[in-house]
Design a protein around this ligand. Structure first.
Ligand code: ATP
Length: 292
């Protein structure tokens, strides 16, 4: 079942510059959709269109879900600063008419007992993030829209939220934006990549990874690659990705041996060479590179 279908959606705030163009996207029951894209690429705008908070400039939206069945974690948090954590949860549970026992369950599952009676204005940004997440799921929504759910969180709480999302009822649909590709890989099975306001990639994560697996090679280095070395590598192999401790190349474009020789020539010590291993971050950088 499709909860929401977007057909040829475009959005402009000033009728001149288009933030989004030609957006076609369906959100199905069971989907875990990761929306990725650079800063200001239009991810939040797209979420707000899905939610009905922004009206598209053109295009058509079909909805098979009521607003009460949707949960939203905005990037700017919708929590009440004057209330305590528990009072916020009670407020949202009453707003959605969900059973009151859910409040205590969430406090327990999300490890919030120590902060439960603290005023929100006294909480750290990570604590506020966790509370905002709890508020967005208090009514067990069928469609859960999470704008950067793990931002500001420490490792422990990030993994708590990720586990919660992984265990969320399978028949729901979850849409997540994040700049943390590792988190997206752990929580999502479909990837939507936005570049220049259009959907550049809309694909199953596994398919995307297997498409890139055959040709990407990662050379990990012991020594840190400095700026000068990076420039020299890029001069000869413009399409490789150079990071502090690794060089990623596409075997369809360059010979592995040629790149290895170059690194050795530049006195860069090699740790190992990993073939057939694609991670979302590399795929994203590579797709962005091609476009640029
Ligand atoms: N209400 C608005 N009025 C005018 N411009 C807006 C409005 N909301 C967003 N924009 C513009 O739309 C563009 C996309 O913003 P959006 O917040 O959707 O990006 P994003 O991909 O979520 O960015 P980030 O990763 O930085 O959170 C930006 O240039 C932003 O300034």
């Amino acid at each position: 079942m499709n909860y929401i279908e977007l057909h040829n959606i475009a959005k402009s705030f000033d009728n001149k510059n288009y933030i989004l163009k030609d957006i076609n996207l369906s959100l199905h029951q069971g989907d875990r959709v990761g929306i990725i894209g650079g800063i200001g690429s239009g991810k939040t705008t797209l979420l707000r269109i899905i939610l009905g908070l922004y009206t598209p400039t053109s295009g058509k939206i079909n909805r098979n879900i009521s607003n009460h069945e949707i949960g939203y974690l905005p990037s700017t948090k919708g929590i009440i600063e004057e209330f305590t954590v528990r009072e916020n949860l009670i407020f949202w549970s009453q707003t959605y008419q969900s059973p009151i026992h859910v409040v205590e369950e969430l406090i327990d599952r999300l490890n919030m007992d120590k902060m439960a009676d603290k005023k929100v204005s006294l909480l750290s940004s990570g604590m506020k993030q966790k509370l905002a997440f709890a508020c967005s799921i208090i009514h067990s929504p069928k469609l859960l829209i999470l704008d950067e759910p793990t931002v500001n969180l420490d490792v422990e709480n990030r993994s708590l939220i990720k586990k919660f999302i992984q265990e969320y009822p399978k028949e729901s649909c979850i849409v997540i934006t994040s700049h943390n590709f590792d988190d997206i890989e752990h929580m999502c099975n479909r990837i939507v990549m936005i570049v220049d306001g259009t959907i550049k990639v809309k694909e199953e994560l596994n398919k995307l990874k297997s498409d890139f697996q055959s040709s990407l090679v990662r050379i990990r280095t012991i020594s840190k690659i400095n700026q000068q070395q990076s420039i020299l590598i890029k001069e000869e192999f413009p399409n490789v990705l150079v990071k502090d401790h690794e060089v990623i190349l596409d075997k369809q474009i360059y010979k592995l041996n040629d790149v290895l020789l170059k690194l050795i020539h530049l006195n860069i010590e090699i740790r190992d060479v990993l073939e057939n291993e694609a991670i979302l971050e590399d795929i994203y950088l590579r797709l962005n590179k091609k476009e640029g």
